[in-house]
Design a protein around this ligand. Structure first.
Ligand SMILES: [Zn+2]
Length: 275
């Protein structure tokens, strides 16, 4: 297949026009006329996943996060991002990014997260338009209610391991059944999850003050996971879309490299810690 054929399938699944206005999605480098026989799907286009694409012989690296989000005036090889563009082009590998268009798609990033956790999705958390079934985040249900501490363990088991692990805010014994999820940094939806009347909200990058004020005001319990881990289930979703479209003609791999920037976790000794 030509790169243009693969891009056409991606843009059908994740229409670029649905990306947020500040976003930068689409083809970053690569020749639409060149052949693609292998694709590698990842969350972050970093030196590690670019190396993985080159080592695995992929002619396309499909990433969720943009490499060049802000405007650039050049991609010199002595710039960290420019070096990645050079490495990709020298190895005849393209880079394509599907970011907020993959967030709002159906299925999208939050569907993959919801599915990994075992939820039955009932609709978007923040509809693209009133009554739309697309939009950001998802609301779904567990088969049965369970305590928050059990649910947090469920989330940890469903996602790839990170040094951050999974942390929850709220009464550990609180029963949860209705769940909101948002892959990536979702603290802008703390008001929306309260209005949605869910029992718990799973997202990433939650900060002290918004989380504390949310819990103090009686909002749903919170489960905070690593940003990378929350979006990693999307890789398999995107891979399946390509496998369904191209069958055996294109080999689609999911990255196995952890690009969560946090590499060390340490906890205070239990004895003598803060009271
Ligand atoms: Zn993200």
């Amino acid at each position: 297949m030509k790169l243009a054929d693969v891009v056409a399938v991606l843009e059908d699944a994740y229409p670029p026009k649905t990306a947020e206005s500040w976003d930068a999605v689409g083809l970053v480098c690569g020749d639409p006329e060149e052949e693609v026989t292998r694709v590698l799907v990842c969350v972050d286009p970093t030196s590690s996943t670019v190396d993985e694409a080159v080592e695995s012989g992929a002619q396309l690296l499909l990433a969720h996060h943009p490499l060049l989000l802000r405007g650039v005036n050049g991609v010199p090889a002595d710039d960290p991002k420019g070096a990645l563009v050079h490495k990709l082009i020298r190895n005849r590998s393209a880079l394509y990014c599907a970011h907020t268009n993959a967030d709002s798609a159906l299925p999208g990033v939050s569907d993959a997260l919801a599915r990994a956790i075992g939820l039955t999705v009932t609709g978007p958390l923040d509809p693209a338009e009133p009554s739309a079934d697309t939009g950001l985040g998802r609301v779904g249900e567990l088969p049965e209610a369970e305590p928050l501490r059990v649910f947090a363990q469920r989330v940890a088991a469903a996602l790839p391991a990170t040094v951050q692990g999974v942390r929850a805010a709220g009464d550990p014994e609180r029963l949860v059944k209705r769940v909101a999820v948002c892959g990536g940094a979702g603290d802008s939806f703390l008001g929306a999850v309260t209005r949605a009347g869910v029992d718990v909200y799973v997202t990433a990058d939650l900060r002290h003050h918004p989380a504390s004020e949310h819990i103090e005001s009686g909002g749903p319990a919170l489960v905070d996971v690593a940003h990378w881990a929350s979006e990693w289930p999307w890789c398999e979703q995107a891979a399946e879309i390509l496998r369904t479209a191209f069958g055996g003609r294109v080999d689609v791999l999911v990255s196995t490299r952890r690009t969560d920037p946090w590499t060390v976790g340490a906890t205070s000794p239990a004895a003598g810690g803060h009271a």
